[in-house]
Ligand binder design. Structure first.
Ligand SMILES: Cc1ncc(COP(=O)(O)O)c(C=O)c1O
Length: 487
């Protein structure tokens, strides 16, 4: 094919992707019901006899009702822009409910949540979120922390947190819901369950947000729930959430040209999990257990996040752990997580996430039979002989989220506006202690480390420098990290 007219995207999808063992999203259920010819059957809203997504009519309403019943919600809507779009819609609803309203948010919320808070100029306070350096993981907020924040801000429109976290740690949602509902008739418990679309379909997995009583949650169908990329679900309880306002926010946002093929996959994946989730997820859970057992044997110096003593120690914040995720702490080795991830790619293996001294793998539905053996062999190859002497460990990076206040010095929305007039660029190190006028994060996990309107923390700067030096991907205006815009 002519190299000018031939699409590199088409080429990579046809020729390259399937050559890798993918321990990374999307997790696609191979056996789900499929659109036979994706191209021949692509169709628009003009074929209105199917019903319309935005009105929840026809086949779309039917699919939404099925998903709601399957996941224990009163109502469900499809997102056509993943959980990023869903978070935007829910926060828009909150902003319409009370202009200038306040929300209580966990520090580890995804940037889509933070960006929506900024865009709609909602006021917010961060909930304390303990950090575990060994696994580079922020934990969900504890019930006590939620209660004391709500006592200080009884006017809060919502308590918002991520559960499961990127590492698969679930919060104590049942207790948080009970505490919030006991204190406020209006305050919503809104769970970003982007990583938990599968939880409801296997009894050994932690309880899903809806089953734990959350008022509203979002899920990415493609992360762990079997569907193709780009879709998601918003589930809610009608007696707690203003359905009319939520639908208005949805109509403002949703594209007029949703891909029915992608929606079909989201619907088919939910139905497959509802029908055979115990078997399908049971296989993934068993395979994850095999992976962990093999890793323990092959790499006795690595730390595994499922250590029951550690989980017990963090039970104020953590109710359980997703059994299809594997996070390894590598601080006993002389390689960074980023270097290990790169070396794995060279061996035909893609993992979900790397950090300064951690890696996270997802047991996806599409993994081939030999994936566990191939991956353990590759990791042993990469890490054997790279142990630090004695019981030495790499110095754990300091908590990059430490030192950040629970509230901004100036609202991020205003900081953004002022950035153009009084903002100026300084060397990153000089920015410490000054108010940031732009956002910087490492992706993944996509949690902002430097936030507009907040003072720049020394630990955040050190962490960013370390992440960049060891191969992490920086998302910022200046990805070289030479400069930062401050007020
Ligand atoms: C906690 C969390 N929320 C939301 C998202 C966004 O999800 P999506 O990719 O479906 O837009 C992510 C993506 O990684 C995430 O980790």
């Amino acid at each position: 094919m002519d190299p000018i007219t031939s699409s590199p995207i088409v080429r990579i999808l046809n020729e390259d992707v399937r050559r890798y063992h993918r321990w990374s999203t999307p997790s696609i259920l191979p056996g789900q019901e499929r659109v036979e010819d994706f191209y021949a059957s692509d169709v628009s809203i003009s074929a209105g006899f199917f019903g319309t997504l935005v009105d929840h009519t026809g086949v779309f309403g039917e699919a939404e009702r099925f998903a709601a019943a399957a996941q224990g919600a009163d109502r469900t809507m499809f997102s056509v822009h993943g959980s990023s779009g869903s978070n935007w819609v829910v926060l828009r609803m909150l902003a319409m409910e009370r202009q200038d309203g306040l929300v209580l948010v966990a520090r580890n919320i995804h940037h889509s949540m933070m960006n929506a808070i900024k865009a709609f100029d909602l006021d917010f306070r961060f909930l304390p979120a303990p950090y575990d350096a060994r696994f580079e993981a922020l934990l969900p907020p504890s019930v006590d922390d939620v209660v004391s924040a709500l006592d200080r801000h009884p006017e809060a429109l919502a308590v918002i947190y991520t559960s499961p976290t990127y590492e698969g740690l679930t919060g104590n949602t049942e207790d948080i819901v009970a505490a919030v509902h006991a204190r406020s008739e209006d305050c919503l418990v809104f769970v970003d369950e982007a990583w938990g679309g599968h939880l409801h379909f296997h009894g050994d997995l932690p309880c899903s947000a809806m089953a734990a009583g959350a008022d509203i949650c979002v899920q990415s169908t493609h992360k762990l729930a079997g569907g193709l990329q780009q879709t998601g679900l918003i589930h809610w309880r009608e007696d707690r959430v203003d359905t009319e306002l939520l639908e208005e926010a949805y109509r403002e946002y949703v594209t007029t040209s949703p891909s029915y093929g992608l929606l079909a996959s989201a619907d088919a994946a939910v139905r497959a999990l509802a029908a055979c989730g115990t078997d399908l997820l049971g296989e993934s859970i068993a395979r994850t257990a095999r992976l962990k057992a093999a890793l323990r044997r092959a790499l006795p110096d690595a730390d595994l996040l499922d250590d029951p003593r550690w989980l017990d120690a963090v039970s104020r914040n953590v109710s359980g752990v997703d059994l299809v995720k594997t996070t390894l702490g590598l601080s006993r080795y002389a390689l960074t997580g980023y270097q290990v991830a790169e070396a794995l790619v060279e061996r035909g293996i893609v993992i979900e996430k790397a950090g300064v001294s951690t890696i996270t793998l997802i047991t996806t539905f599409q993994l081939a039979e030999d994936a566990v053996e191939a991956t353990v062999t590759a990791l042993r190859d990469i890490l054997d002989g790279r142990q630090l002497p004695g019981s030495e460990r790499q110095a754990a990076p300091g908590n990059p989220f430490a030192g950040i206040d629970d509230r901004p010095v100036i609202r991020p929305h205003d900081a953004k506006r002022l950035a153009k007039s009084i903002g100026h660029e300084v060397q990153l190190r000089e920015a410490i202690g000054k108010v940031a006028a732009e956002e910087v994060e490492v992706y993944p996990p996509g949690i902002p480390l430097i936030l507009e309107g907040f003072r720049v923390g020394a630990d955040a700067v050190r962490y960013l420098e370390q992440a960049r030096a060891s191969g992490g991907s920086i998302v910022a205006r200046d990805t070289s990290l030479a400069t930062l815009r401050v007020l």
